[in-house]
Write a protein of this length. Sequence first.
Length: 248
Amino acid sequence: MANPFRTSNPVLSEKAFRDVAATGEAMTLQGTVNKTGFLLLCAVVTAAWTWGMAHSGTPEAAMPWMFGGMVGGFVVGLVTAFKAQWSPITAPIYALLEGLALGGISAFFERSYPGIAVQAVGLTFGTLFVMLLAYKTGMIRATQGFKMGVIAATGGIALLYIVEMVLGGFFHIQVPAINGSGMIGIGFSIFVVIIAALNLVLDFDMIESAVSAGAPKYMEWYGAFGMMVTLVWLYLEMLRLLSKMRRR
């Protein structure tokens, strides 16, 4: 039988939803949507702050906040992934920290490629809308084969990024083919964007399955957190793809 809780998003795993019978008010789809919107608002607020700082007379002042947001968001994300019960507190903290990182990153991309941030935001939310519509209308179904394919592709991309970080950080070896603005680099970014977008379908399916299973109320925050993880990844990959296309 297909596993309804299978997803490549590490924070929306089977472990998170296994044996979580609701003891009070149950998780709802609308509640998860509302909390996702709240987390997005949190990210926008802090992103606007580091964005403004990066566009000020001393843009280097944004660097500590940007890197602090990256490291802090990663740590809080890991904590939330293993402690779903803490998500009503840790999920907003994660969103605030990721906002600090995204605001700074977006500002530095914007300085090199004016207008790229707005384009990336528009493409990210446009993709979210299209994938949700495709999922709700049945154009894309989260079958077992589909899930396995997306999971395998996501794992491969994650492994490649880790290897690239190790090679670059310790041996100063770069992979110009996938990072460059040539056809291979752009093609790779398009592939990653597609995989990130398909992860949204798996997230929709996971959240819907959790609601049907009567997961406890705090899982709304956990589900919203999982959506944020995918959206942050998708947005960053959109920035990379657009920057490569601008360089051509």
